[in-house]
Design a protein around this ligand. Sequence first.
Ligand code: SAH
Ligand code: SF4
Length: 367
Amino acid sequence: MEKPIEKILAQKEFSKADLITLLNANEQERQLIFAKAEQVKKEYVGNKVYYRGLIEFSNLCGKNCFYCGIRAGNKNAHRYEVDEEEILQAAKYAYDNNFGSLVIQAGERSDKSFVRRISEIVRKIKKMSNGELGITLSLGEQSEDTFRQWFNDGAHRYLLRIEVSNPELYPTYHPADDRHDYFKRIESLHLLRKVGYQVGSGVMVGLPFQTTSDLADDLIFLRDFDIDMVGMGPYLEHEDTPMYKYKDQLLPRMERFYLSLKMVAVLRIMMKDINIAATTAMQAIDPMGREKALKVGANIIMPNLTPTKYREDYLLYEDKPCTDEDAEECKRCLEARIYMAGDKIGYGEWGDSKHFKRRKEQNKEKQ
Ligand code: SAH
Ligand code: SF4
């Protein structure tokens, strides 16, 4: 007979079978998981939520991930790159409003001029904010030199989702070529750690052909890599992508949502002091999706600061929310929602991963 959820939740370590049981929890059982995650969050990271103002710098991308609406092969996507001036304005907004940090995200490119532009932007944001704004990058796989250059420019966190941790499943969602190599992505995660970044990763939940056993492996992957930050959310279909043809085989959207919520809660219970984002994709399914994620363990939110005129074009998936709001509306709406979820905002703080700090201190002690 399967172990009862209460018994699993009382353990310190979880086997893969335990994780599968937790992820399969029904509507009643999942409340126990959510309550435990809420308690762990309070105890280990507190009820402060940190803002990372999100700038979707460009939807130009050299890759062709089968799920993504801005993949190179999507000829219907209208491509853009935000001007440097506009980025600095958005960064100024974040600074003036005490956001603490920014995330710069874009499609993956590694040409010299792109690498240089990012360097310049990072340096200018640092200068404008007297070094006070923290900068997270999410710009895909890069060489060690590039990672190091951007780190030296002032970026200190990097998000690179593994997307799916099973190397055998990876090619189901990516073309079989050199640019979409699972092991290179893993290598990038190691390089980021080596250079000194706080490293974030994550997965999509509810992909076609993905099982709860795969998701349990994803959680184990994040734990074994000893990741500092995580962003995960439901997979959402996009009509102009090769994966759209499987749309009838997907879990219904609400089930994908609750599965994502369970992933967040179980991860919080497993990795007590990491940073976990309440992702936009959660809100794409449920208007209160991000608040619900905060309630069950997430502690990071990324208000969108991309100038409104570009937002419609950064469509990774359909039904992306807030594409027509400006930064001010976004901020007001979020503030109210966060207070409703019982949290408060860590204004003006970087809100670094406690997990990262702890590992650094432990490493020092060992030396
Ligand atoms: N190009 C960079 C960053 C931009 S994409 C990179 O790929 O790392 C950011 C994230 O969007 C990806 O990591 C992926 O997890 C998510 N994403 C892309 N398409 C999606 C979809 N259809 N549904 C849900 N999330 C998606
Ligand atoms: Fe490009 Fe990232 Fe989309 Fe892949 S997920 S196609 S790398 S933007």
